[in-house]
Design a protein around this ligand. Structure first.
Ligand SMILES: *Cc1c(COP(=O)(O)O)cnc(C)c1O
Length: 365
């Protein structure tokens, strides 16, 4: 063998590969899977029909600019379709933004318990990840500003954040934007925006419309129930849309994804049903789990962060193992700096009741 071999660029081998929520059990039993924040209601029946109809034209390339999908999104939110760029999940969008605006010597900033894809996207482009502390498991604008350096090029903020479920009011987001240098791109990742019912929350559409340096990413993987199809989008200033359109794959969404996404976002009734289901069961779960003596971080999204006692026998790892014997899969979040917590997605009524019963049994052991 030759001593010479291909070497990846600096940063790549510093990446810990993303570990998705588990989906199978050693026993092979069909699990209650509440580990990836998917919707218990499934996608709109209209989206499923559109997906099936796409099977008739598989030999054709898709429409490269995802026109039908961008138009459907623009109609739904009153946006300029030319400033929307679609991606194979918002993961692709986040990576395209990092690819366009970060390189060796640059810094990308995110928060202590922020979404792990940011670190991967930053390192993957040879830049340096910088982490800002959170306060009370919540994004802290002053802590972010304290970490800004002349090398900072992007700040990623998930609002609401995953896995904490907490959010920042739009006033704080505006304050962050005002205090950041104008050449720093602010990425607002609003993957869970549809679930939030707080008067002081905004996903960021207006901030994008009124500044040159803010973008908002969204996904069809959560409330729209199309995680398998990989559909996401970003709303941006015109020149940033132009940049992304130069570097994205020319056919980055499949025809089926474009058609199903367009049908899903037009079905506001289905979205509303998913929101109502979540509102009911998020409140119920928060209350019932707290009654068991566990601490639950107040969440505005479709999942809950549950904190366990310090006693190892009653800790997050022991609980996760116990729940798996009951065919229940939640999400370990040690990779997010939360070794003694588990994240639970809001499920169906039956699933939610099963989890609470199992947690009760665990705490009583
Ligand atoms: C789930 C999630 C996304 C969505 O990712 P997709 O690639 O669109 O499936 C983005 N950001 C956060 C914070 C998430 O939790």
């Amino acid at each position: 063998m030759s001593a010479l071999r291909p070497i990846p660029r600096p940063g790549i081998l510093d990446i810990d590969p993303y570990v998705p929520g588990e989906s199978t059990l050693p026993s092979g039993l069909k699990p209650v899977k509440l580990s990836s924040n998917e919707t218990p209601l499934g996608p709109s029946p209209k989206a499923i029909a559109a997906y099936k109809a796409a099977a008739d034209d598989l030999e054709r390339y898709p429409d490269g600019p995802s026109t039908a999908l961008r138009n459907a999104i623009a109609r739904r939110y009153g946006l300029d379709a030319s400033r929307i760029v679609c991606g194979a999940g918002s993961d692709e969008i986040l990576n395209l933004l990092a690819h366009a605006y970060l390189g060796p010597g640059d810094e990308g900033l995110f928060t202590e318990h922020g979404f792990l894809v940011y670190r991967i996207a930053i390192l993957g482009n040879g830049a340096t990840p910088i982490v800002a502390k959170e306060s009370n498991l919540t994004t802290d604008v002053d802590a972010i500003l304290a970490k800004v350096s002349p090398r900072t090029k992007i700040v990623f903020v998930a609002n609401p954040n995953n896995p904490t479920g907490t959010y920042l009011p739009i006033g704080e987001i505006r304050r962050l934007r005002e205090k950041l240098r104008p050449d720093i791109l602010l990425v607002l990742d609003a993957a869970y925006a549809e679930y939030v019912s707080r008067n002081d929350y905004e996903a960021g559409i207006e901030l994008v419309a009124t500044t040159d340096n803010t973008v908002m990413t969204r996904t069809f993987s959560k409330i729209h129930g199309l995680a398998s199809l990989r559909v996401g989008w970003v709303y941006c200033p015109a020149d940033i849309a132009d940049v992304l359109n130069r570097i994205r794959g020319p056919f980055n969404l499949s025809s089926a994804a474009i058609a199903a996404g367009a049908a899903a976002i037009a079905d506001t009734g289905h979205e509303e049903a998913a929101r109502r289901h979540n509102e009911t069961w998020l409140a119920w779960l928060s209350e019932e789990i707290a009654k068991l003596g566990l601490t639950v971080t107040p969440s505005v999204a479709n999942f809950l962060l549950i904190h366990f006692p310090a006693d190892k026998a009653k800790g997050a790892v022991a609980c996760d193992e116990f729940l798996k014997t009951k065919a229940i899969i939640l999400r370990r979040v040690a990779g997010y700096g939360l070794p003694n917590a588990l994240r639970m997605t809001v499920g169906t009524e039956e699933e939610n009741k099963r989890v609470v019963a199992a947690l009760r049994e665990f705490m009583a052991r």
